[in-house]
Design a protein around this ligand. Structure first.
Ligand SMILES: Cc1ncc(COP(=O)(O)O)c(C=O)c1O
Length: 473
């Protein structure tokens, strides 16, 4: 097997170190850096740093590179567009890529009803605008969101985001009319129950919520990431969304699916909503939408999207023609290269390896996910489930020192997640998984070994037609 990772120097190399010194004096510490390396170029699932080291990328710039680094179709579309014009502002002179992409989003998002789409620049801005539209349509003020949710860092999006440290550290006051309820975190069930046989309390709780905490007639929308992203790839059981969305429908509450991280093929279908049978009123996409350029879409039922008055939505850069042309090419790449099938295959391979790790490493408490969106939750002890954040950090570090970029997640920072480009080759995937496994086993050795529970990971309610949800609870 050809090795793809090639490290010339111990990382970070001298050029990265030099740039790091410049970064430290020119850039505040707030924007964090997971690795101390600077990228020089990328291709597919590989990236090369400024010292000539080659890494396998399991992070994809946090889920932005589903079609890979520098995908040929996207690069060409960008080149062709910049040669014509770079910006027009949709509100001044319209551009064709914007409208073509809106048509495409209306076609590929869940549901066959009439839809409309508009564009902004980032996931957070997409979330803010979805809420604006929902409030305007329903004429209601409140939004229900979830514990462990992440919706971005602008004021309203941050108010919807759950994790306090570091995201919400002294940035208040936060937006009002945000109501939060627990999510379907089976591994750490807020009701102390065990799936199945839990009566899906977490979904049915919404009825209770409307008795104890909020008047349903004041709720414009419920916003949910179908699988929590930054929260640790928390994957609800299949019964969850039919109950949750059924309760929303009963009270005229809109369902906003935040598919910023789950969308564009990550889970093995175009949208995670397709995995769970969710028919959202509004869907927000971003990250992998434009192959690496900043763009977000807000797609929804036509009558909802047309509620806000003319001039009330938009922004200077929203739906930039270069980003829209890139997005059209990225979606074409997903469709023409069967990247949805590929995500399923990647997921099967990663799942098998992660379940193997669960069997041999006592610090792997839970494995979960769908398609290529997979995670391992690390704990100090399987009985207490005490989160092992330091272990996760150590693994991330060992990985990049050995040529694999991997990132963590979770409110406790103890989850390792996979967001590799879906164009990754089998060899690159195996090599990356070997590095990850080696790093976990080595980092784990430094901790006190706890007895390995021998019960094998049980598939939880495999779904027909889709991919099974596996978990170890
Ligand atoms: C589910 C989800 N929503 C919203 C956001 C915010 O996106 P952005 O960082 O582009 O503002 C993120 C970013 O990680 C996300 O994962």
């Amino acid at each position: 097997m050809t090795r793809h990772i090639a490290l010339k120097t111990p990382v970070p190399g001298p050029r990265s170190q030099e740039l790091m010194r410049a970064r430290q004096s020119a850039v505040p510490r707030g924007p964090y850096n997971i690795t101390p390396i600077f990228i020089a170029r990328g291709e597919g699932a590989m990236l090369e740093d400024v010292d000539g080291n080659r890494f396998i990328d399991f992070a994809g710039g946090i889920g932005v590179l589903n079609v890979g680094h520098a995908p040929a179709r996207v690069v060409k579309a960008i080149q062709q567009q910049v040669e014509k014009y770079i910006h027009s502002c949709f509100h001044v002179t319209m551009n064709e890529p914007y409208v073509r992409l809106a048509e495409t989003m209306n076609r590929i998002t869940p549901g066959t009803h009439a839809k409309k789409t508009f564009f902004v620049n980032s996931g957070a801005e997409g979330v803010e605008n979805a809420v604006k539209v929902a409030r305007n349509f329903t004429r209601r003020p409140s939004i229900v969101c979830f514990e462990d949710a992440f919706h971005g860092r602008t004021l309203l999006a941050l108010s919807l985001t759950s994790k306090v440290q570091p995201y919400k550290d002294h940035f208040g006051p936060y937006a009002s009319e945000v109501q939060r309820m627990p999510f379907a975190y089976c591994y750490r069930c807020p009701w102390g129950k065990r799936y199945p046989g839990c009566n899906i309390e977490c979904a049915n709780f919404l009825e209770d919520f409307f008795k104890r905490y909020a008047d349903p007639s004041s709720i414009a929308a419920l916003i949910v990431e179908p699988i929590l992203g930054e929260g640790g790839f928390i994957t609800p059981p299949p019964e969850y969304y039919p109950i949750l969305t059924g309760i929303c429908r009963k009270y005229g509450i809109l369902v906003i699916a935040d598919e910023v991280q789950t969308g564009l093929g990550r889970t093995g279908k175009m949208w995670a909503c397709d995995q769970f049978g969710i028919d959202p009123d509004i869907l927000v996409a971003s990250k992998s939408l434009a192959g690496g350029l900043p763009l977000a879409s807000i797609t929804g039922r036509a009558e909802i999207m047309d509620a806000p008055m003319e001039g009330s939505l938009g922004g200077t850069f929203g739906g930039n023609p270069v980003a829209c042309a890139a997005a059209l090419a990225a979606i074409e790449t997903i469709e023409k290269h069967n990247l949805l099938e590929r995500a399923v295959k990647i997921g099967e391979r990663v799942r098998d390896r992660f379940e193997g790790l669960w069997k041999k490493c006592p610090f792997v408490g839970n494995v979960r996910g769908m398609g290529a969106m997979r995670a391992l939750e690390l704990v100090k002890d399987r009985a207490t489930k005490e989160p092992a954040k330091d272990l996760a950090n150590r693994v991330v570090r060992l990985c990049y020192e050995r040529g694999l970029i991997v990132i963590s997640a979770g409110t406790y920072g103890n989850v390792l997640r996979t967001l590799m480009p879906l164009v990754i080759t089998e060899e690159q995937l195996d090599e990356g998984l070997d590095v990850l496994e080696g790093a976990i086993m080595e980092a784990a050795q430094a901790l006190q070994p706890a007895p390995v529970e021998t019960r094998p990971p049980a598939p939880i309610a495999p779904r027909s037609g889709g991919e099974g949800y596996t978990g170890v609870v």
